[in-house]
Design a protein around this ligand. Sequence first.
Ligand code: NAP
Length: 352
Amino acid sequence: MKRFSNIAVVVFFTVMLSGCGKQSGETLVGQTETSGLTEQAETPEKAVEEKTSGSMDSGEGSFRDEEEIQIQEDSDAMINDITFNFETKTVMLSSGYEMPIYGLGTYSLTGETCVDSVTAALDRGVRLIDTAYMYHNEESVGEAVRNSGIPREEIFVITKLYPNQFADPEAAIEEALEKLNIEYIDMMLLHHPGTGDVEAYLAMEKAVEDGKIRSLGLSNWYVKELEEFLPQINITPALVQNEIHPYYQENDVIPYIQNLGIVVQGWYPLGGRGHTAELLGDEVISEIAQAHGKSSAQVILRWNLQKSVVVIPGSSNPDHIQENTELFDFELTEEEMERINGLDRNEKHDWY
Ligand SMILES: NC(=O)c1ccc[n+]([C@@H]2O[C@H](COP(=O)([O-])OP(=O)(O)OC[C@H]3O[C@@H](n4cnc5c(N)ncnc54)[C@H](OP(=O)(O)O)[C@@H]3O)[C@@H](O)[C@H]2O)c1
C-alpha cells in the first residue's frame, strides 16, 4: 500500500512521533488526553481562549502563551484523520500508510482452503488480508500473495502475535516474517492483552524501525485497556481490531478509539460462524437489504463502513467473497443506520 504522499507531513509525523519516543510516558499521556476530543470537546478551544486572553496582559506572558497555543494546535494537528475515502476505498493510517477499508478474514481457513480463498479474494480486487499466528495459516496467506502476480505494495497483510508469544517477541516476529515470506509485514497486532504485552509491543516498534513491519495495532483492547496501555508505548497504534456486529456494536468503544486517530476494524462482522444465520436472517436487516436489492451481508458490511469501521468478513466461498466486495453502489439512509443501531444487544459471540 502507498506511503502517505505528502512527504512534509510524514516528516512532521515522524518528528512528532520520535519526540514521543524520547519522553514516552509523559508525551503519550498527552496524546491520549488530546485525543479524548469527544468527551472533552470544548476543552482545547477553551484552553486556547484563556491563553489568548492571557497573552494580552504582559509581553513575557504573551510569548509563553503563544508558544502554548502553538503546542496545542500542533497536538490537535497530530490527530490522524481517519475519514474513509469511498473513491479509493482506503483509509490513511497514522503510520502514513494507506489501508483498504474492506478485506478478507482468514480465521478457520487453513491449507489449500486458505490459499484458494485468499487467491479468490485477490482475483476479485480484495487487497486487505487478515491472518494471525493463531490461525495456523500464515504460510498459506503468504503463498497466495506471492503467487498472485499482484505487486507486493498493492496488498496489505495484517498478522498478529498471540499472548503465548509475548515472552520472546523478537523470535515471534521473525517467525511471522519467515512464514509469510512476503518481504515485510504491513501491519502487526497484539492479538489480546496479556502478560508481557507492553514488551511485545516495544519489540514490534523496534521491528518498525528496522523496516520489518510498517504499521502497528492492537486487538481486543477496550477503553480501560487502552487507557492503561497507551502511556507505556511510543508509537500510537494505527488500528484496533475488536468484535463488532449489529448484535454487539461497541458504541461506547468505537468513538473513543476513533477520536484518538486510530482506525477501528471489526471482527465477526457477520456474527461469526454459528451465528451468521440469525444475523443474516434478522427481520430489520433483511427488510433493508430488500429495499436496496442487496444481501443482508452487504447491508451489514455497508453499515460498518458508514460507521468508519473496516470490515474483514471471512469466507471460503468465491460467490460470497465477490458479494462482500460489492459495497459501494448503494448507501444506507440515516434512518436505516438508526434501525440497525437499534439492534444492539451487547451480545458477544466470543469470550475476548
Ligand atoms: N482479532 C480477533 O480476536 C479475531 C477474532 C475472530 C475473528 N477475527 C478476524 O475476523 C475475521 C472475520 O470473522 P469470521 O470469519 O470468524 O466471521 P464472520 O466474517 O462474521 O463470518 C464468517 C461466516 O460468514 C459466512 N459468509 C461470509 N460472507 C457471506 C455472505 N456474503 N453471505 C453469507 N454468508 C457469508 C462464511 O461462510 P462461507 O465461507 O460459506 O462464505 C462464514 O461462515 C476472521 O476471519 C479473522 O480474520 C479476529
